[in-house]
Design a protein around this ligand. Structure first.
Ligand SMILES: Nc1ncnc2c1ncn2[C@@H]1O[C@H](COP(=O)(O)OP(=O)(O)OP(=O)(O)O)[C@@H](O)[C@H]1O
Ligand SMILES: [Mg+2]
Length: 329
């Protein structure tokens, strides 16, 4: 039996909005991530992916639910006690320009977590910064330069160096390559895989891009409007998607080649506002398999197939699970 490094239970986050309305960004999400595992979190824009990342890193407070790290409930841990754990849980954001201080030379940016989380002296820090630059394949000459003098790919390597400087056990990557050119992406993903292989790092990878999660993760969680609609082994979910929402996500990712016969399923209509969520199944209003009961019954998770590994069960929350015959041809 695997021991979860991170466990979130019934996590919910609402944000205040104009008037008395509230944005329900994350709704009752539960998830376990085992040590050494790499889990992908996918879903359309606004589905709550980044909010989950921010909640787990404790950069924003939860509205309700629980976050545990190695069995310890850290949901309401005071900042003073959280400090020791900050080095263990790190997050890399989509936009390296937004998360790096433009007035600091790169070396100083990478050294910040060393100052905060280690007892290294100045000479030891200098040495460690060079090791980290090597690790993320940044030329040493960049350490004295400023962010505006670096490319997007180099800056994302700086973000990764900073994130791994404190030797975290859990790394959240929020769309780490989506602001980068295709040619640069592959290098960053390869670097992440190398780091995982060498350090046993546990990873939560947030991404729009199904090719990236297929390459980088063992388990996949699909979010729609703040709720988990499907989860399981990445290969199970991508090759045998059961929830119509997952099927539409995969369809929109398929190659636009008319000579290839593919079964495509398209979502119709607009994504509902998180200020005014529909009753029953949240995907009902856009679902190609919609039937009247979907507007009434909120679907529970159904288990698909049989998995020996309890934490990798293939689950989907859909009233039409039995009707779903979608296969990637
Ligand atoms: N600080 C905030 N105040 C109010 N609403 C917010 C705030 N942050 C997020 N939201 C809302 O919460 C919902 C989830 O947002 P979130 O950024 O987590 O989505 P996402 O899946 O990361 O989207 P994207 O793929 O575009 O990054 C959205 O409706 C968003 O507008
Ligand atoms: Mg986001």
């Amino acid at each position: 039996m695997h021991k979860p490094l991170i466990e979130i239970c019934e996590l919910t986050k609402t944000f205040p909005s104009a008037g008395f309305d509230k944005v329900l960004a994350v709704d009752n999400v539960s998830l376990k991530i085992n040590t050494g595992e790499s889990v992908g979190l996918v879903g359309e824009s606004g589905s709550g992916k980044s909010t989950i990342g921010l909640l787990i890193s404790k950069l924003i407070p939860v509205s309700s639910g629980r976050i545990c790290f190695e069995g310890q409930d850290i949901t309401h841990l005071p900042e003073r006690k959280m400090r020791a754990l900050r080095s263990d849980i790190q997050i890399v954001f989509q936009d390296p320009w937004g998360s790096i201080n433009p007035r600091f030379p790169i070396g100083r940016t990478i050294s910040e977590p060393l100052l905060l989380h280690t007892a290294l002296n100045s000479a030891e820090r200098e040495k460690e910064i060079k090791i980290l630059a090597d690790r993320v394949q940044l030329p040493k000459s960049t350490l004295e330069r400023y962010p505006h003098e670096l490319s997007g790919g180099q800056l994302q390597r700086v973000s990764i160096a900073r994130a791994i400087a404190s030797k975290p056990r859990f790394l959240i990557m929020d769309e780490p390559t989506s602001s980068l050119d295709l040619s640069v992406r592959a290098g960053i993903l390869e670097l992440l895989n190398d780091i995982r292989r060498d350090t046993g790092l546990t990873l939560l990878l947030i991404s729009h891009d199904l090719d990236t999660v297929e390459l980088m993760t063992e388990r996949l969680v699909v979010l729609y409007l703040g709720r988990v609609v499907e989860q399981g082994r990445t290969s199970d979910v991508l090759l045998n998607p059961v929830h119509p929402y997952t099927q539409t996500l995969i369809s929109s990712n398929l190659p636009p080649d008319p000579s290839v016969i593919l079964k495509r399923l398209k979502a119709t209509g607009e994504i509902p506002s998180p200020l005014n969520l529909p009753k029953g199944c949240l995907f009902g209003s856009r679902c190609p398999l919609f039937k009247a009961d979907c507007a009434i019954n909120s679907p529970a998770f159904a288990e698909l197939g049989h998995s020996v590994d309890m934490s990798a069960k293939h689950l989907a929350a859909c009233n039409r699970v039995q009707d779903s015959s979608y296969k990637i041809l």
